[in-house]
Design a protein around this ligand. Structure first.
Ligand SMILES: C=C(O[C@@H]1C=C(C(=O)O)C=C[C@H]1O)C(=O)O
Length: 255
């Protein structure tokens, strides 16, 4: 584990994030999938939306299949699944055990449904609720993995400067920790790269004609997902939440 390898991991996740957003943007908003009122007895019996039920059941299957044996994966719902069906594997435990539980899945959940989804999907309802919500799950899973990977980033940064981090952790100085782990230059690189990936991955490819790589010379409607929405996703949510995970992890790093 080094700063280079954790940054390579985050870079690769950008591809998955952009493609999962492209998939979700294919479908209209499909609002009935997100409101408990449309399920069961006016929503009173189940008290959950179709999206919640779908995600909970899907995660339960994946939990049984061992998905969450890896600390890189954190479910949105808690499961009491007694055993895994998967072949056993000894995952390397790079994280500090007392801090490994840190995650911001609740914040990711509400950001995704309340802020991002309305920017991603056009108004409309085509009834394809299962495929639509399946694509939500794919987005949520990769966003969760990327953002909660802040634990690994924080572990690397802690090991790289134990003395400074230790005194700030002992002083519980969140602001100073945030400042120390922040690299504005790196954030700028990430945001500009991910916006560019959205312009490249989100084009309709034809057998002739050039591939555009700039945001400025094509109109936004040409792209399968608006590159400025992807920029905004990283600027306002992905990076700030990743840093929040880093700070929370560090605050438990000496427990
Ligand atoms: C993840 C890192 O820590 C912080 C968060 C970043 C991000 O979420 O992309 C980028 C730079 C840092 O401010 C890092 O240094 O790579």
């Amino acid at each position: 584990l080094s700063l280079d390898t954790v940054r390579e991991f985050l870079t690769r996740e950008e591809d998955t994030i952009v493609f999962s957003l492209i998939e979700r943007a294919r479908y209209p908003l499909n609002r009935p999938a997100y409101d408990p009122i449309h399920l069961g007895d006016g929503g009173r019996r189940l008290n959950a939306s179709f999206a919640e039920l779908f995600i909970r059941e899907s995660e339960a299957v994946q939990s049984k299949a061992g998905r969450y044996q890896s600390l890189q994966e954190i479910p949105f719902f808690a499961y009491r699944v007694p055993f895994t069906l998967a072949p056993p594997y000894n995952f390397t435990r790079e994280l500090y055990p007392a801090a490994a539980f840190v995650n911001v899945n609740d914040a990711i959940w509400s950001m995704y449904f309340n802020e991002l989804l309305p920017l991603l999907a056009k108004n409309g309802d085509d009834g394809n609720y299962a495929v639509t919500v399946d694509s939500d799950l794919a987005c949520l899973q990769v966003l969760s993995r990327r953002i909660n990977y802040g634990r690994y980033v924080a572990e690397v940064k802690f090991r790289g400067d134990q003395q400074t981090y230790t005194s700030l952790i002992q002083a519980k100085d969140r602001d100073a920790l945030m400042k120390l782990l922040t690299s504005e230059a790196q954030e700028d690189v990430v945001k500009r790269r991910v916006e560019k990936k959205a312009t490249v991955f989100g084009q309709s490819i034809t057998s002739d004609g050039p591939i555009e790589t700039g945001v400025n010379n094509s109109s936004v409607t040409d792209f399968k997902v608006n590159p400025s929405v992807v920029y905004k996703l990283y600027d306002q949510w992905v990076i700030p939440l990743t840093k929040q995970v880093e700070v929370e992890y560090l605050l438990h790093r000496l427990d």
